[in-house]
Design a protein around this ligand. Sequence first.
Ligand SMILES: Cc1cc2nc3c(=O)[nH]c(=O)nc-3n(C[C@H](O)[C@H](O)[C@H](O)COP(=O)(O)OP(=O)(O)OC[C@H]3O[C@@H](n4cnc5c(N)ncnc54)[C@H](O)[C@@H]3O)c2cc1C
Length: 464
Amino acid sequence: MDNYRPVSFWFDSLDDPVLDLREPPAQVDVAIIGAGFTGLWTAYYLKKKQPRLQIAVFEAETVGFGASGRNGGWCMGTATGIEHMLSVPSLQAEGIRLQQALENTVDEIERVCQAESIDCHFARGGTLNVAGTPEVAKRSQQWVEHLHRLGFKDSEYCWLDQAQSEKRIGLSRNLGAYYTTHCAAIHPGRLVRGLAEVNRALGVQIIEKAPVFNYTRVPDGSLLLSTGRGAVRAEKIIRATEGYTESIQGQQRSMLPLYSMVVATEPLSPEIWQEIGLTRRETFGDGRRVVIYGQRTVDDRLVFGGRAGYYFGSKRRALIPATDKAVKIVEASARELIPALRDPALGETVFSHGWGGLMGVPRHWRPCVTFDERSRIGWAGGYTGEGVGASNLAGRIMCDLVAGEKSDLTTLAWVDDVPRRWEPEPIRWLGVKSIEFFGDRADRREANNQSAGIWGSLFNRFVG
Ligand SMILES: Cc1cc2nc3c(=O)[nH]c(=O)nc-3n(C[C@H](O)[C@H](O)[C@H](O)COP(=O)(O)OP(=O)(O)OC[C@H]3O[C@@H](n4cnc5c(N)ncnc54)[C@H](O)[C@@H]3O)c2cc1C
């Protein structure tokens, strides 16, 4: 690819990237595959800890080309799988520790952005999970009570009644909201590129247009990466390739690539924002299983995403055009959910951008960070669409693991929680399509004020 503007609104709002096409070094201490948040946070903390370490990040396209440059910009103080941990008594203590580490992660990202002058439009408005149906309202209230019983504070996790919630956000169905302060809205393109610049200034080499095809051990004991730009020897290798992991030889069933689609409007008028609200730039969703997510940008656009898609055989598409059917469905659901977007009295809402991106889903549906000291190979990821904040924590954990240091981070539940591989096709495709179907069915029943019934149970059984 040579034109990266269609990647996302975030990319289109920035200058064209100036690619680093220098020859890769023949040998490095640490080779990181993938210049998304995971790879770049890992490189950042490692280089800060051990400034003499020679670190090279290999990126198949350009910095932030994957999910990191395409997401909804929720920097969340939680992650996939935590709800389950907090619900099961035997996992609660570990779940609470992980949840607290993720809350601190939002602070940590804000701290680094300030310290390193990365202006990623960070706004800690928290997040509103609006209940559009009585079932979701009931579940959310019960969840807030459960969190309070576990010791989480009402000032940080609370239920807003209908009147309070309507003051914060104008949605067509708003019966109240679960609100948490632990989330910030960001411009992810600015964060990922800013992080790359900081890394380069520290001496990390980020080599773009350098796909890694495979890596092997050679007779002298070192590791050899075969890249599109030649062979490189490395002492240690970290894979940070998330939804693209199957591009590496031997990893075809490690991570399931699942698409999510996003749209962005032109900057909206003050009249429209008067109706929508989000004055603190709170991010928002509405508790359905096939998730939707939105944020108000610094320049008053609405960025709105949702819908998951899987293509047979884990097929990937470099770009999803704005005209794609699944993108159009997301646009329609934004108009349906937010009355101000379809009110002619407020003027026309123009959706200027539409795109899609790849999330990485591991077989157990929760993140993992692992580094094997014997093989000197590790990987981190599996955030299943909730990795903007989580990847920072993963990067810090990986840094300690690679440095061989025991710390509070290296005993968190993600460490060495290695998933089994996905099933071969066509079982994989059938499984994902069934989960999509169960989620859709359960959401539709709840939207019609019916219980999710068997569809909700089946969805939970597979997704956890
Ligand atoms: C549409 C969408 C919306 C999302 N919204 C949110 C959100 O609002 N909040 C949230 O918390 N999370 C969200 N996520 C998830 C979040 O963006 C990701 O979890 C996170 O960015 C993952 O970062 P990463 O560095 O692990 O992976 P990626 O950003 O995908 O980076 C992997 C990189 O590796 C490169 N690569 C892959 N294979 C190779 C190879 N063989 N050789 C060299 N390079 C390679 C890729 O080109 C890519 O740049 C969303 C994801 C998507 C797709």
